[in-house]
Design a protein around this ligand. Sequence first.
Ligand SMILES: C[S@@+](CC[C@H](N)C(=O)[O-])C[C@H]1O[C@@H](n2cnc3c(N)ncnc32)[C@H](O)[C@@H]1O
Length: 269
Amino acid sequence: MWFGHGTDNALDEASWLVLHALGLPPEQAPDYSQSVETESVVTARALVTERIERRVPSAYLTGSAWFCGLAFKSDERALVPRSPLAELIETGFTPWLRDGPVARALDLCTGSGCIAIALAHRFSGCAVDATDLSADALSLAEENVGLHNMTDRVALYQGDLFQPVYSRRYDLIVSNPPYVNAADLAAMPAEYHAEPAMGLGSGDDGLDITRRILANARDHLEPDGLLVVEVGESMAAAQSSFDALALNWIDLACGGDGVFAIAASDLPR
Ligand SMILES: C[S@@+](CC[C@H](N)C(=O)[O-])C[C@H]1O[C@@H](n2cnc3c(N)ncnc32)[C@H](O)[C@@H]1O
C-alpha cells in the first residue's frame, strides 16, 4: 500500500473510507464508541478491501477529495487533487505576488479544476482561465466548476498549454504540470497507475512541460505578473537545468517540495 493521495498514513486513509461509508464528514475525529448500522459496516469493509486489493486511491473510491478546504468531485478522469500549491493559494502568494487585486489568473494543466476554482474563491472578482490537453480531465473540471457555482468566473479550454488562450495576459499564472521523470515513472507504486498517465510523465528528466512553460510564460504575463510552478521531485533537475533563471524556491510550511515562483520580468523574452 502507498499513501500519497491526500493522506500519508494508514489510520487517516482508513478514517477517510470509514467516515465516508458512515455518511459522516471527513473532518470528524474518529469516535470508536459509536454504534453503527450493519449496512454501513458492510460498505466500510468493502471500501477498505477494495483500497487494499485494487490499490486505487481512496478519492476514486469515495468520489471526492479536498483541496484548499474545498470539496471536489474526483475520479479516474483526472489526478487526485493534492498539490502543495494549496498553501500558497490560501496565503495569497505572499510575499511573491505584488500587492493589489488579481484581475486575471491562468491555471495551466488544470486536471480536475481544483487550482482554478480555489484561485477564484481566494481572489474575489478574479476571472480565471484554465487549460488542459485532456478532454476527460476537462469534463470532470466542468462538473467541479458547476459544483462551486463558478461558471461565470472560471473558463475551461482544451489545448496544449498556452495555445487555447492565444495572446491573453494574466496577473498570475499557476501550474501543477506533469513532472515525473522517466525512471521514477516506471517505479511508481500501483496507486499512481490508477491515475491518467498524461498527468504524470514529462520526458526523461521530468521537465519537458516545465521547459515550455518557462519559455512562453512571459508573453502571457502582465509586466508585474508572477509565474508559480510545481515540479516536485524534479526540483534538483530543475535547479541545474534552469540555473540561469532567477527561480525562487519556496519553503512550504505544510510540507511538500519543489515549488518555484518567478517574476515576469525575470523570465526569458
Ligand atoms: C499533475 S496533473 C495536475 C492536475 C491539477 N492541476 C491538480 O493539481 O490536481 C497535470 C495535468 O496536465 C495535463 N496536461 C498534460 N500535458 C499537457 C499539455 N501539453 N497541455 C495542457 N495540459 C496538459 C494532464 O492532462 C493533467 O490533467
